[in-house]
Design a protein around this ligand. Structure first.
Ligand SMILES: [Cu+2]
Length: 110
């Protein structure tokens, strides 16, 4: 095995390790003042990354008392929120600008 092959193998091992260490990522979309999906299941005791994409033209605010998070997402923009590590349970969230329609739930499971 020559040195350049050894280096390539080593680099791909490192890349593999980096990929495994990445935070699990979930995507939520806002469309017509609704969240899709309305329920997300995420692993317990794990830091999780939420990408929230607002497909509406109007701003929305992701808000959750249970998760202790609030974040405004402008129309056509996206935001990133980190949550957890969390205990198993249900953590509701809503869109503060359209609270009657924009409702969802993060379900944390072992
Ligand atoms: Cu708020």
């Amino acid at each position: 095995m020559n040195n350049s092959i050894k280096y390539t193998l080593f680099a791909s091992l490192l890349l593999g390790a980096t990929t495994k260490a990445e935070v699990p990522t979930f995507t939520l979309e806002i469309r017509d003042h609704l969240f899709y999906p309305a329920q997300l299941v995420v692993p317990a005791n794990t830091k999780v990354k939420l990408i929230i994409i607002n497909r509406d033209a109007t701003p929305e605010e992701f808000e959750s008392y249970e998760l202790n998070r609030e974040k405004i997402i402008m129309g056509g923009a996206k935001a990133i929120i980190f949550i957890g590590p969390l205990l198993p349970g249900d953590y509701p969230f809503f869109g503060e600008f359209n609270p009657k329609t924009a409702q969802g739930l993060i379900r944390v499971e072992n």
